[in-house]
Design a protein around this ligand. Structure first.
Ligand SMILES: NC(=O)c1ccc[n+]([C@@H]2O[C@H](COP(=O)([O-])OP(=O)(O)OC[C@H]3O[C@@H](n4cnc5c(N)ncnc54)[C@H](OP(=O)(O)O)[C@@H]3O)[C@@H](O)[C@H]2O)c1
Length: 263
Protein backbone atom coordinates (compact mmCIF):
# COMPACT_ATOMS: atom_id res chain seq x y z
CA UNK A 1 0.00 0.00 0.00
CA UNK A 2 1.40 3.40 -1.00
CA UNK A 3 1.49 5.74 1.96
CA UNK A 4 0.72 9.04 0.25
CA UNK A 5 -2.51 11.03 0.19
CA UNK A 6 -4.11 8.75 2.79
CA UNK A 7 -6.12 9.52 5.90
CA UNK A 8 -4.36 7.87 8.82
CA UNK A 9 -5.39 7.58 12.47
CA UNK A 10 -2.59 6.81 14.95
CA UNK A 11 -3.44 6.10 18.58
CA UNK A 12 -0.78 7.38 20.97
CA UNK A 13 0.90 9.81 18.59
CA UNK A 14 2.28 12.32 21.08
CA UNK A 15 5.64 10.66 21.67
CA UNK A 16 7.98 7.91 20.59
CA UNK A 17 7.08 5.63 17.70
CA UNK A 18 3.60 7.10 17.12
CA UNK A 19 4.93 10.65 16.92
CA UNK A 20 7.79 9.79 14.57
CA UNK A 21 5.39 7.82 12.37
CA UNK A 22 3.03 10.81 12.29
CA UNK A 23 5.89 13.15 11.37
CA UNK A 24 7.08 10.97 8.50
CA UNK A 25 3.57 10.31 7.19
CA UNK A 26 2.78 14.04 7.20
CA UNK A 27 5.96 14.72 5.20
CA UNK A 28 4.67 12.23 2.63
CA UNK A 29 1.44 14.16 2.10
CA UNK A 30 -0.99 12.18 4.24
CA UNK A 31 -3.73 13.53 6.54
CA UNK A 32 -2.68 12.35 9.97
CA UNK A 33 -4.83 12.29 13.10
CA UNK A 34 -3.15 11.39 16.39
CA UNK A 35 -4.63 10.62 19.79
CA UNK A 36 -3.37 10.56 23.35
CA UNK A 37 -4.70 11.08 26.85
CA UNK A 38 -2.76 14.21 27.76
CA UNK A 39 -4.01 17.44 26.14
CA UNK A 40 -0.75 19.28 26.89
CA UNK A 41 1.21 16.63 24.99
CA UNK A 42 -1.30 16.85 22.12
CA UNK A 43 -0.88 20.65 21.98
CA UNK A 44 2.92 20.29 21.93
CA UNK A 45 2.66 17.68 19.17
CA UNK A 46 0.54 20.09 17.09
CA UNK A 47 3.19 22.77 17.47
CA UNK A 48 5.98 20.34 16.59
CA UNK A 49 4.15 18.86 13.58
CA UNK A 50 2.27 21.55 11.63
CA UNK A 51 -0.75 20.04 9.89
CA UNK A 52 -1.29 17.16 12.29
CA UNK A 53 -4.82 16.76 13.67
CA UNK A 54 -5.17 15.86 17.34
CA UNK A 55 -8.04 14.32 19.27
CA UNK A 56 -7.85 13.59 22.98
CA UNK A 57 -8.90 9.99 23.50
CA UNK A 58 -8.05 7.22 25.95
CA UNK A 59 -7.56 3.93 24.12
CA UNK A 60 -8.59 1.96 27.21
CA UNK A 61 -12.00 3.65 27.50
CA UNK A 62 -14.85 2.24 25.34
CA UNK A 63 -16.88 5.48 25.63
CA UNK A 64 -13.85 7.49 24.45
CA UNK A 65 -13.49 5.16 21.45
CA UNK A 66 -17.15 5.71 20.54
CA UNK A 67 -16.66 9.48 20.82
CA UNK A 68 -13.49 9.28 18.70
CA UNK A 69 -15.42 7.33 16.07
CA UNK A 70 -18.19 9.97 16.01
CA UNK A 71 -15.64 12.74 15.54
CA UNK A 72 -13.66 10.86 12.88
CA UNK A 73 -16.86 9.94 10.99
CA UNK A 74 -17.80 13.62 10.80
CA UNK A 75 -14.41 15.19 10.17
CA UNK A 76 -12.42 12.44 8.41
CA UNK A 77 -14.85 9.79 7.14
CA UNK A 78 -12.45 8.50 4.48
CA UNK A 79 -10.21 6.63 6.92
CA UNK A 80 -7.63 4.54 5.04
CA UNK A 81 -5.26 3.40 7.78
CA UNK A 82 -5.75 2.69 11.49
CA UNK A 83 -2.53 2.38 13.49
CA UNK A 84 -3.10 0.79 16.90
CA UNK A 85 0.04 2.13 18.54
CA UNK A 86 -0.91 3.45 22.02
CA UNK A 87 0.68 1.36 24.72
CA UNK A 88 2.29 1.26 28.12
CA UNK A 89 4.98 -1.05 29.50
CA UNK A 90 5.68 -1.48 33.19
CA UNK A 91 8.01 -3.52 35.31
CA UNK A 92 5.73 -5.71 37.46
CA UNK A 93 6.83 -7.96 40.28
CA UNK A 94 4.18 -10.67 40.66
CA UNK A 95 5.08 -10.92 44.37
CA UNK A 96 4.26 -7.26 45.02
CA UNK A 97 1.12 -7.68 47.12
CA UNK A 98 0.51 -3.93 47.35
CA UNK A 99 -0.59 -3.65 43.70
CA UNK A 100 -4.37 -3.42 43.28
CA UNK A 101 -6.38 -5.78 41.09
CA UNK A 102 -7.35 -2.89 38.81
CA UNK A 103 -3.81 -1.58 38.45
CA UNK A 104 -2.15 -4.94 37.80
CA UNK A 105 -3.94 -5.41 34.46
CA UNK A 106 -3.70 -1.86 33.05
CA UNK A 107 -1.58 -3.03 30.11
CA UNK A 108 -4.38 -5.37 29.07
CA UNK A 109 -6.90 -2.54 28.88
CA UNK A 110 -4.62 -0.23 26.87
CA UNK A 111 -2.44 -2.58 24.79
CA UNK A 112 -4.96 -5.33 24.05
CA UNK A 113 -8.58 -4.34 24.75
CA UNK A 114 -7.87 -0.93 23.20
CA UNK A 115 -6.88 -2.25 19.73
CA UNK A 116 -9.62 -4.92 19.78
CA UNK A 117 -12.24 -2.25 20.47
CA UNK A 118 -10.72 0.16 17.94
CA UNK A 119 -10.95 -2.49 15.23
CA UNK A 120 -14.53 -3.30 16.23
CA UNK A 121 -15.46 0.37 16.04
CA UNK A 122 -13.52 1.50 12.95
CA UNK A 123 -13.66 -1.55 10.67
CA UNK A 124 -16.84 -0.41 8.85
CA UNK A 125 -15.10 2.85 7.83
CA UNK A 126 -12.06 0.88 6.59
CA UNK A 127 -14.18 -1.67 4.71
CA UNK A 128 -15.85 1.19 2.82
CA UNK A 129 -12.52 2.25 1.29
CA UNK A 130 -11.08 0.89 -1.97
CA UNK A 131 -7.87 -0.03 -0.13
CA UNK A 132 -7.22 0.13 3.61
CA UNK A 133 -4.96 -1.17 6.37
CA UNK A 134 -4.90 -1.91 10.06
CA UNK A 135 -1.41 -1.67 11.57
CA UNK A 136 -1.14 -3.32 14.98
CA UNK A 137 1.99 -2.38 16.90
CA UNK A 138 3.04 -5.43 18.88
CA UNK A 139 6.67 -6.04 19.94
CA UNK A 140 9.59 -8.44 19.65
CA UNK A 141 8.40 -9.47 23.12
CA UNK A 142 5.34 -10.99 21.40
CA UNK A 143 7.66 -13.89 20.54
CA UNK A 144 9.70 -14.23 23.76
CA UNK A 145 8.52 -12.70 27.06
CA UNK A 146 10.59 -10.30 29.12
CA UNK A 147 9.81 -11.81 32.52
CA UNK A 148 10.09 -8.52 34.43
CA UNK A 149 7.27 -7.14 32.23
CA UNK A 150 4.92 -10.15 32.38
CA UNK A 151 1.58 -8.49 31.64
CA UNK A 152 3.05 -6.31 28.87
CA UNK A 153 4.66 -9.34 27.21
CA UNK A 154 1.38 -11.26 27.43
CA UNK A 155 -0.52 -8.41 25.74
CA UNK A 156 1.96 -8.35 22.87
CA UNK A 157 1.79 -12.13 22.37
CA UNK A 158 -1.99 -11.73 22.32
CA UNK A 159 -1.74 -8.92 19.76
CA UNK A 160 0.33 -11.22 17.55
CA UNK A 161 -2.35 -13.91 17.77
CA UNK A 162 -5.21 -11.44 17.29
CA UNK A 163 -3.51 -9.94 14.22
CA UNK A 164 -3.19 -13.41 12.68
CA UNK A 165 -6.93 -14.12 13.16
CA UNK A 166 -7.88 -10.67 11.91
CA UNK A 167 -5.76 -11.16 8.78
CA UNK A 168 -7.44 -14.47 8.03
CA UNK A 169 -10.95 -13.14 8.63
CA UNK A 170 -10.32 -10.10 6.43
CA UNK A 171 -8.40 -12.07 3.81
CA UNK A 172 -11.02 -11.59 1.11
CA UNK A 173 -11.52 -7.88 1.80
CA UNK A 174 -9.45 -4.84 0.81
CA UNK A 175 -8.30 -4.31 4.39
CA UNK A 176 -4.72 -5.47 4.93
CA UNK A 177 -3.67 -6.43 8.45
CA UNK A 178 -0.08 -5.59 9.29
CA UNK A 179 1.75 -6.37 12.50
CA UNK A 180 4.64 -4.06 13.33
CA UNK A 181 6.79 -5.75 15.98
CA UNK A 182 9.44 -3.22 17.01
CA UNK A 183 12.56 -4.28 18.87
CA UNK A 184 13.64 -2.18 21.87
CA UNK A 185 13.47 1.37 20.49
CA UNK A 186 14.76 4.59 22.08
CA UNK A 187 11.51 6.22 23.29
CA UNK A 188 10.13 7.38 26.66
CA UNK A 189 8.53 3.91 27.08
CA UNK A 190 11.87 2.12 26.60
CA UNK A 191 13.63 4.41 29.02
CA UNK A 192 10.76 4.87 31.50
CA UNK A 193 10.39 2.02 33.98
CA UNK A 194 13.56 0.18 33.02
CA UNK A 195 17.21 0.56 33.95
CA UNK A 196 20.04 -0.38 31.60
CA UNK A 197 20.59 -3.39 33.87
CA UNK A 198 16.94 -4.48 33.42
CA UNK A 199 17.41 -4.49 29.66
CA UNK A 200 20.74 -6.32 29.76
CA UNK A 201 22.62 -3.19 28.68
CA UNK A 202 20.94 -3.32 25.28
CA UNK A 203 20.66 -0.01 23.42
CA UNK A 204 17.39 0.53 21.61
CA UNK A 205 16.97 1.10 17.89
CA UNK A 206 16.79 4.75 16.80
CA UNK A 207 13.09 5.59 16.44
CA UNK A 208 13.73 7.17 13.01
CA UNK A 209 15.28 3.93 11.76
CA UNK A 210 12.37 1.91 13.18
CA UNK A 211 9.84 4.11 11.39
CA UNK A 212 11.79 3.83 8.11
CA UNK A 213 11.49 0.02 8.43
CA UNK A 214 7.78 0.35 9.22
CA UNK A 215 6.93 2.54 6.24
CA UNK A 216 9.07 0.51 3.84
CA UNK A 217 7.49 -2.73 5.13
CA UNK A 218 3.94 -1.44 4.72
CA UNK A 219 4.67 -0.17 1.20
CA UNK A 220 6.21 -3.53 0.25
CA UNK A 221 3.07 -5.35 1.41
CA UNK A 222 4.73 -7.13 4.36
CA UNK A 223 2.23 -8.55 6.85
CA UNK A 224 4.71 -8.90 9.73
CA UNK A 225 7.41 -6.26 10.07
CA UNK A 226 10.12 -7.37 12.51
CA UNK A 227 13.11 -5.04 12.39
CA UNK A 228 16.44 -6.00 13.97
CA UNK A 229 16.32 -8.02 17.19
CA UNK A 230 12.57 -8.71 16.76
CA UNK A 231 13.36 -10.98 13.84
CA UNK A 232 16.03 -12.77 15.88
CA UNK A 233 13.54 -13.24 18.74
CA UNK A 234 10.92 -14.70 16.43
CA UNK A 235 13.25 -17.31 14.97
CA UNK A 236 15.00 -18.08 18.26
CA UNK A 237 11.59 -18.60 19.89
CA UNK A 238 11.04 -21.45 17.46
CA UNK A 239 14.51 -23.00 17.51
CA UNK A 240 15.53 -22.51 21.19
CA UNK A 241 12.38 -21.25 22.98
CA UNK A 242 13.34 -22.11 26.56
CA UNK A 243 16.87 -20.82 26.18
CA UNK A 244 15.63 -17.45 24.87
CA UNK A 245 12.98 -17.08 27.59
CA UNK A 246 15.64 -17.80 30.23
CA UNK A 247 18.05 -15.30 28.67
CA UNK A 248 15.41 -12.55 28.77
CA UNK A 249 14.27 -13.74 32.20
CA UNK A 250 17.67 -13.36 33.88
CA UNK A 251 16.81 -9.98 35.39
CA UNK A 252 13.69 -11.50 37.00
CA UNK A 253 15.96 -13.39 39.40
CA UNK A 254 17.32 -10.08 40.69
CA UNK A 255 13.80 -8.66 40.99
CA UNK A 256 12.68 -11.74 42.97
CA UNK A 257 15.72 -11.51 45.23
CA UNK A 258 14.97 -7.84 46.02
CA UNK A 259 11.31 -8.61 46.88
CA UNK A 260 12.33 -11.54 49.06
CA UNK A 261 14.79 -9.28 50.94
CA UNK A 262 12.11 -6.62 51.45
CA UNK A 263 9.51 -9.04 52.85
N1 LIG B 1 9.87 1.64 22.56
C1 LIG B 1 10.04 0.31 22.50
O1 LIG B 1 11.10 -0.24 22.85
C2 LIG B 1 8.93 -0.55 21.94
C3 LIG B 1 9.26 -1.85 21.54
C4 LIG B 1 8.26 -2.66 21.05
C5 LIG B 1 6.98 -2.19 20.95
N2 LIG B 1 6.68 -0.93 21.33
C6 LIG B 1 5.27 -0.48 21.23
O2 LIG B 1 5.20 0.69 20.47
C7 LIG B 1 4.06 1.44 20.88
C8 LIG B 1 4.49 2.87 21.15
O3 LIG B 1 5.43 2.85 22.20
P1 LIG B 1 6.52 4.02 22.41
O4 LIG B 1 7.78 3.36 22.75
O5 LIG B 1 6.47 4.99 21.29
O6 LIG B 1 5.93 4.66 23.76
P2 LIG B 1 5.82 6.17 24.27
O7 LIG B 1 6.90 7.01 23.73
O8 LIG B 1 5.62 6.05 25.73
O9 LIG B 1 4.44 6.68 23.59
C9 LIG B 1 3.23 6.09 23.93
C10 LIG B 1 2.12 6.92 23.33
O10 LIG B 1 0.88 6.26 23.66
C11 LIG B 1 0.03 7.19 24.32
N3 LIG B 1 -0.81 6.45 25.23
C12 LIG B 1 -0.47 5.69 26.29
N4 LIG B 1 -1.55 5.18 26.86
C13 LIG B 1 -2.62 5.63 26.14
C14 LIG B 1 -4.02 5.47 26.24
N5 LIG B 1 -4.58 4.77 27.23
N6 LIG B 1 -4.80 6.05 25.31
C15 LIG B 1 -4.26 6.79 24.32
N7 LIG B 1 -2.96 7.01 24.19
C16 LIG B 1 -2.15 6.43 25.09
C17 LIG B 1 0.97 8.20 25.00
O11 LIG B 1 0.34 9.44 25.23
P3 LIG B 1 -0.43 9.76 26.63
O12 LIG B 1 0.44 9.24 27.72
O13 LIG B 1 -0.63 11.24 26.65
O14 LIG B 1 -1.74 9.06 26.55
C18 LIG B 1 2.02 8.33 23.90
O15 LIG B 1 1.57 9.20 22.90
C19 LIG B 1 3.49 0.72 22.11
O16 LIG B 1 2.41 -0.09 21.72
C20 LIG B 1 4.65 -0.13 22.57
O17 LIG B 1 4.23 -1.27 23.27
C21 LIG B 1 7.62 -0.09 21.84
Amino acid sequence: MKLTNRTILITGGTSGIGMELARRLLERGNRVVITGRDQTKLDKARQAMPGVETIQSDASDPAAIEALHREMSTRFPGLDVLVNNAGIMRKLDVRDASRSLVDVSREIEINLSGPVRMVQQFLPLLLARPEAAIVNVSSGLAFVPLAIAPVYSATKAAMHSYSQSLRLQLGKTKVAVIELAPPGTETPLFNGDFTKEDLGGVKGMDVKVLVEHAIAGIEKGRTEIRPGVSNVLKWASRVVPNFMAKQLGKTADRMGARTAQAT
